[in-house]
Design a protein around this ligand. Sequence first.
Ligand code: SF4
Ligand code: SF4
Length: 63
Amino acid sequence: MYTAAKIDLEKCIGCRLCIICCPDPNVLMFNEDKELFVNENRCKGCGLCAGVCPKKAITVKEA
Ligand code: SF4
Ligand code: SF4
């Protein structure tokens, strides 16, 4: 089991690469303040987003 992705907003530059690579279109989204957030109920913890993030702003850990 893996935990849902966690985003470090201090590192995120909003490039959207993680959103593009996520297998589910409704997991990673920007909120009204243009901050990225994770719908933790839908995230599979696959880690693809963490792998593509150029700023290493996402972590997915083994639970
Ligand atoms: S860990 Fe996988 S399912 Fe979760 S946000 Fe990242 S790419 Fe999407
Ligand atoms: S890939 Fe990284 S820097 Fe780009 S939007 Fe996602 S979390 Fe932010």
